[in-house]
Ligand binder design. Sequence first.
Ligand code: MG
Length: 371
Amino acid sequence: MRIADVESYSVRVPGASPPFVWRDGLLGSPPDGEAAVLRICTDEGVEGIAMAPRRGSAVILADLLDRFLRKELVGQDPLQREWLWHRMWELDRTEELPLYLLGLVDTALWDLAGRLADRPTWQMLGGFRTSIPAYASTVTYSSVEEYLDIADQALELGYPAIKLHAWGDARRDARLSVALREHVGDAIPLMFDGSAGFDLPDAIYLGHALSDADYLWYEEPIREFSITAYKRLSDAVAVPLLVAETSDGAHMNSADFIQAGAATFGVRASTQLRGGFTGAMRTAHLADAYRLRAEVHGPEIPNRHLCMAISNTTYYESLVMGNPISRESGIDAQGLVHAPTGPGVALPAGLDYPPVLQRFVDKGTLTPPKA
Ligand SMILES: [Mg+2]
């Protein structure tokens, strides 16, 4: 089997309604924009697709295909995923591919493999489970009182755990974190995601508060440029650190965080930021070797597949936004998300796809892209 053609499609993704805030200082929910879908066709009629949900991806992917990627891929064996994964890193050396597009070919090839076998991709990766608890991952709200209200709603909806994205002000965020622990009691797992809002002194200050309030993990408090800073943070605070979400280099970079002793809870795994399924599974296996977790980042469909395939992961990340919040589609009243059942990875429902992509849509899965 050989790759016969590679196409990109532009898919309009609406902005969140109502719009949400993302930490003081970052862009909030994006307005309407053009996501990209990559479609790989073969000479045997089997196809694979992958979506880059970030608005603006369509024009970038079309450019990459036209300049070199189509020429790279046509004629290749689509089942040689390892070769093509390494080839993408080789091309990245001169092109500096956007991190969120580096794994798109790999994701489409895993979709193709699933369609060829008529199996969901999580089974092709080696299935570990068929359901997993989803935590409520908040957007940024206006006050402590509103966060406590959102937490009550999340627990009422069945979410068993809550992760805060707060303001990026260490003292204000610490007060919120302590107030939330007092509000929900000791039994509810709580996590804090800094979205890289702090420098080292402020990260240490907040880390002490999270330690005292028994948070399960403290995620990405600092930009992931300095592993030394993370090592110093891990030396200073007791709360376990979850790191290497947005840093470049997939498992090759995660390895250095682990080696430095900075990944005291574990590392992040996602198709979008760790180089597709191949990079995410490598990252998970790396963490497993050190008896650490590889927690799956992000709510999109490919990450549901990862959650079912990675043994050393705990939760699916489900973004809750607006007020009142609602439970993401596909999560049941017990807060569990269940394994996808169709072949391959599939595309989320609810978007205005061109006719040629309609048959790849999982009509039961409505997961609006966040980015
Ligand atoms: Mg995060």
